[in-house]
Design a protein around this ligand. Structure first.
Ligand code: N01
Length: 547
């Protein structure tokens, strides 16, 4: 008999972890199957990445007409993107619009973090608990917790003694931060740092950038949305969305390269890089030739072109050389897009400090100290130091299979998945754009839709065949992981110490996590697996035991 101290657990068909772009689409799609679904979101609003990352200059690096849901023709016709690239506030507004338009909010529980999930083999269901102590039971779990949702502040000693204010790009205060008149330090020069540095520089009395690794950045060339471009794009939406499915990055509108960079002479090559540099955007640049991500000699030509642009922009020679990346081929770390990033270093109130040769030793009461003893007085420190990417969000939840094995144990040596969508030994738990899938290397919303559709079809298939359990075989999982590694090893990606490799987190296994064989190939493979009756998965029916 239930009592107030032991309320009856909520019973769901599908529990969704996360209320971002993936969680919201999962609610919409799974509801259509008549399933009882509910998403649990740690934030106090929907939006995931775009709810949390409110730092100055936060903006998507995929063009707004592409970076949007495709599942509803009217939605994509109705929504007006004001600029070539969506700003964080604009994208968050769009996500909130979608939540209202499709009545998704009634199935999102905000301010709720999932802390554990245990599979009960006998009952054939997951028991999930929240940080508020609530218990929920669900036949299926859909982990839509994000790949870059676990912010990481490096373990610098002394941070607690710092008398000024400090911030992380992924946990930005909703009321914003005014840096006017302050001495500010930014640590980190990945996509977040590169976007915020030009804007903070305009406000701060002095900005010191602490750079460990120089990153390649290309000009975004953002503009207000040209009316004609929008009209044409919207008229061609169905064909463009279909064309995107046939590309490695799930982004249409770029001519497929046909030649190696080494098939043409330097003058022709540089002319094509220059045209792409002027056009703005990263996909276009990496798509200039067929082999920029697989042939080091070809890549060197594209890398050197950008290094020369940096040298031509930044007036101080020493600063320019520090900013010119030499430790990794262009594109093997996430290529940044910027507005006036390199130009910012010509400002008299901005300085660059190399913390590769002289590492940050500690945070002090008044700023920051390097190993050499050099000290910097700072009123505010911004950590643009990234995330425990791809595995962080799931490893934070205590996920256990029926015999008690924890996901953290299963992934001790690096993440193991089949297709990046399921894990052997963890039945009925799906991961959206997980490690082993191309998600983070693509237009993310396209990958989210592809995964959620595949998951919905799999659940529908089970139900139509009176089945209620699906899990990958250990063999399928290990063969897929081997394939993901083999594909990565045939490219230049492993040459970079990137978050794709777990390299930004001390002690994290060095395993290349995303699938880089291309979205087009991957989607075809997933479709073929489903068409063959979910090859590599065990589908079964379990008599549930009455509790
Ligand atoms: O994080 P990052 P991010 N001492 O991990 C440095 C997406 N995103 O938030 O390279 C000193 O890339 C670290 O140095 P190193 C996008 O996918 C998209 O910028 O490890 N420095 C690096 O410079 C992106 O890739 C958009 O040597 C330290 C930086 O901090 C991903 O999110 C915008 C340090 C971290 O860079 C993550 O980007 C923003 C230490 N102890 C983000 N520890 C767009 O769509 C770390 N660093 C545009």
């Amino acid at each position: 008999m239930p009592d107030a101290s032991h309320p009856v657990p909520r019973q769901l068909d599908v529990l969704i972890v996360g209320g971002g772009l993936a969680g919201l689409y999962a609610i919409h799609r799974l509801r259509k199957l008549g399933l009882k679904v509910r998403a649990y979101e740690a934030g106090s609003g929907v939006g995931g990445t775009w709810f949390w990352n409110r730092y100055p200059g936060a903006r998507c690096d995929v063009e707004s007409l592409e970076y949007s849901y495709s599942f509803d023709a009217e939605l994509q016709q109705d929504w007006k993107w004001p600029e070539r690239y969506g700003t964080q506030p604009e994208i968050l507004k769009y996500i909130n619009h979608v939540a209202d338009r499709f009545d998704l909010r009634r199935d999102v529980q905000l301010d709720t973090r999932i802390t554990s999930a245990a599979f009960d083999g006998k009952a054939n269901e997951w028991t999930v608990t929240t940080d508020g102590g609530e218990e929920i039971r669900a036949r299926y779990c859909v982990m839509a917790a994000g790949n870059l949702s676990t912010p990481r502040v490096p373990d610098f000693k002394g941070l607690k003694d710092f008398k000024g204010k400090w911030y992380h790009s992924g946990l930005w205060p909703h009321e914003g931060v005014d840096f006017s008149g302050l001495k500010v330090g930014v640590i980190g020069t990945g996509s977040s740092g590169v976007q915020m540095i030009p804007i903070i520089a305009q406000q701060a009395r002095h900005l010191t950038v602490f750079q460990r690794t120089a990153n390649f950045s290309l000009p975004a060339r953002n503009t207000p949305m040209p009316e004609e471009k929008e009209r044409k794009h919207k008229a061609e939406y169905p064909q463009r969305r279909a064309a995107a499915m046939e590309t490695p990055f799930a982004i249409a509108g770029h001519d497929k390269p046909t030649r190696s960079a080494l098939d043409v002479d330097k003058a022709e090559r540089d002319a094509s890089y220059e045209a792409k540099w002027q056009e703005g955007g990263s996909i276009s640049y990496l798509y200039a030739y067929t082999d920029l991500l697989v042939n080091k000699a070809s890549n060197d030509t594209a890398s050197e072109f950008v290094r020369n642009k940096i040298r031509a922009t930044v007036k101080d020679r020493k600063t320019a050389e520090l900013l010119a990346p030499k430790d990794h081929p262009i594109g093997t770390k996430r290529l940044c897009l910027d507005t006036d990033y390199y130009e910012t270093y010509n400002r008299p109130n901005v300085s660059l400090v190399d913390v590769r040769s002289d590492a940050i030793e500690s945070i002090t009461e008044t700023g920051l100290k390097l190993g050499s003893g050099a000290a910097f007085d700072l009123d505010a420190i911004v950590f643009a130091t990234g995330f425990d990417a791809m595995t962080g969000a799931l490893n934070e939840i205590d996920i256990r299979t029926t015999d008690g094995e924890a996901l953290r144990q299963h992934w001790e040596g690096g993440p193991l998945t089949y297709l990046g969508v399921m894990i052997a030994g963890f039945p009925n738990m799906f991961v959206v754009t997980g490690p082993g899938s191309p998600g983070v290397k693509t237009q993310m919303i396209a990958s989210i839709e592809q995964h959620v559709d595949w998951i919905a079809d799999a659940i529908d298939h089970l139900h139509r065949h009176q089945l209620d359990r699906i899990e990958p075989t250990a063999k399928a999982e290990s063969e897929w992981v081997e394939h993901v590694n083999r594909v990565a090893d045939s490219t230049l990606y492993p040459l970079a110490n990137s978050w794709y490799m777990g390299a930004n987190i001390p002690g994290k296994p060095r395993v290349f996590m995303p699938y880089v064989g291309g979205f087009d190939r991957y989607k075809k493979h997933c479709d073929a697996v489903a068409a063959k009756g979910y090859e590599g998965f065990t589908l079964s029916r379990h008599e549930t035991v009455a509790i």
